[in-house]
Design a protein around this ligand. Structure first.
Ligand code: NAD
Length: 488
């Protein structure tokens, strides 16, 4: 492993790396070791103003660049990411803590989106009807809108900004990206690669920082729209502020994902899948199973026994080390938050089947490790039964029948992802038809739509109209124009 260290993370404005105007810097540490790996600025509205000005200046010329030529920059970016793939994986693991294998998912899914957006000449096509009236043709086409802001969470440092940036620039817009201040390095390295593309200055910009930068983006009069991913309270804040300032927005929020386990499922494969979903990335995935519901007494009993046996096999450690299947959570603060949920679960009467509170990893006294934790007998009224924990804590619930289990999931205000394990097509069909979650798995633990399908939840997990990637993304970053033409 090559140790990554950046003395001061810079912004990227108008094609150059620049220092933030902020005097406040925050240390960023490797969650497995506690070692400092660099400093990130708090970021200021002046930083946002500079980046937006550069993006605004670049827009008129960039929108005139033909779509196939814009796409070629993305082919080049894809090739550069492949060339530096291992390095990108290592940076991701160092700053986030996820295992090297999990970082492959993070970086690869980012590349998928770059590749998909490179198909923009086909994806951006409009509609046409010749002879809409006698001698009159009608064409409808999509045009870029200007500057877009992209605001990211910490849990997929490499991938999430790439859910947006490739489509935004491929459609002819310019962007300002704000990475998570907890994990700024994957984006910093990506921007070094972007710099090699020799894009016209200002097409892609980056401002580091926290909520001042976010609010600077939300309030900026020269920003046309915002793509946000993070927790639901902040997603709602983004939505309200964008609405107040007349911007488009797509704000992907938090999750409390239910998984239904029917007695007729393939138990061995299903349990392996559920455990991976719940504890992969130390539970810090917006598609992670948070609650597994055994449907019927027999299924519930098997669920308890088999989840416990499988979860005990997880090997916690530094994500860079071979054989490790679960890394630390992102920070000491987040570890405290997750531990507080575990205490609450115990206090409110859930049965602690597997206790991850005193997890120690040899040679890593300062890592933010929590072992896999499993609660049985959880009810929706308990705090752990309804709040998003975002850590390696799985709650088991029992339902009378499939209708009861679906009703439990639907009663929750968040509806990001949900899965069912069954070998019965009628159960699968009923679940898929009735569940509110917008990303649905049938014998799939992490129901993550690929780049060419729409990504995003529903109810309190999503604010906006048009979701991420796929065709909706193209609609989000463009506006429709219809021309009705008659030539005398
Ligand atoms: P977060 O909401 O704390 O932060 C997200 C972004 O908002 C960061 O860039 C942060 O700097 C900024 N921010 C934080 N607090 C703010 C405030 N008060 N005002 C303005 N900006 C603020 O989220 P996180 O902890 O980085 O990420 C985890 C959350 O993201 C979880 O809730 C998870 O479910 C969610 N998530 C959702 C999806 C999805 O597809 N729906 C994907 C990944 C993560």
């Amino acid at each position: 492993m090559q140790k990554y260290y950046v003395e001061k993370v810079k912004n990227y404005v108008g094609g150059e790396f620049t220092l933030s105007s902020s005097r406040e810097w925050m240390p960023v540490t490797n969650p497995a070791t506690g070692d400092k790996i660099g400093d990130v600025p708090q970021g200021t509205t002046a930083d946002v103003d500079a980046a937006v000005a550069a993006a605004k200046k670049a827009f008129p010329a960039w929108r005139e660049v033909p779509a196939p030529v814009r796409a070629r920059y993305l082919f080049d970016l894809r090739n550069l990411m492949e060339k530096h793939y291992d390095e990108l994986l290592s940076i991701c693991t160092q700053e986030h803590g996820k295992t090297f294998e999990e970082s492959k998912g993070d970086v690869r899914r980012g590349i998928d989106n770059v590749e998909t957006a490179a198909g923009i000449p086909m994806m951006m096509m409009g509609d046409c009807l010749e002879q809409v009236a006698t001698g009159i043709d009608c064409i409808s086409f999509r045009q870029p809108m200007g500057v877009f802001g992209v605001i990211a969470p910490y849990n997929f440092p490499s991938m999430v900004p790439l859910w947006f940036v490739p489509y935004a620039i491929a459609t002819g817009n310019t962007v300002v990206v704000k990475p998570s201040e907890q994990v700024p390095f994957s984006q910093y390295r990506l921007f070094e690669l972007i710099h090699e593309l020799k894009l016209p200055p200002g097409v892609v910009n980056m401002v580091n920082g926290g909520k001042d930068v976010v609010n600077g983006i939300l309030d900026h009069k020269d920003i046309a729209g915002v793509s946000f991913v993070g927790s639901s309270p902040v997603a709602e804040h983004v939505a309200k502020r964008c609405a107040a300032t007349g911007k488009r927005y797509q704000a992907l929020g938090g999750a409390k994902n239910f998984t239904l386990v029917m007695d007729d499922c393939d138990w061995e494969k299903s349990i392996a899948n559920i455990v991976d979903s719940a504890f992969g990335c130390a539970g810090q995935r917006c598609l992670a199973t948070s609650i597994a519901v055994g449907v019927g007494a027999s299924a519930y009993k098997k669920l308890e026994e088999q989840i416990l046996a499988r979860a005990k096999q997880i090997k916690v450690g530094n994500g860079h080390d071979a054989g490790v299947t679960m890394g630390p959570v992102v920070s000491a603060r987040h570890k405290e938050r997750v531990l507080a949920y575990i205490e609450k679960g115990i206090a409110e009467g859930a049965k602690l089947l597997l206790d991850g509170r005193n997890c120690k990893v040899d040679g890593h006294p300062n890592g933010h490790f929590i072992g896999p934790t499993v609660f049985a007998g959880v009810t929706p009224e308990m705090t752990i039964g309804h709040e998003e924990i975002f850590g390696p804590v799985l709650s088991l619930m029992e339902a009378r029948d499939i209708g009861h289990a679906i009703a439990m999931a639907k009663a929750h205000p968040l509806a990001n992802a949900s899965s069912i394990y069954t070998s019965n097509g009628a159960h699968a069909r009923k679940f898929t038809h009735e569940i509110d979650a917008a990303m649905v798995g049938v014998n799939i633990g992490v129901a993550a739509p690929m780049a060419y399908f729409t990504f995003g939840g529903s109810k309190g997990s999503f604010f906006g109209d048009l979701k991420a990637h796929g065709r909706e993304s193209i609609a989000f970053y463009t506006q429709n124009k219809t021309a009705i033409q008659r030539w005398w």
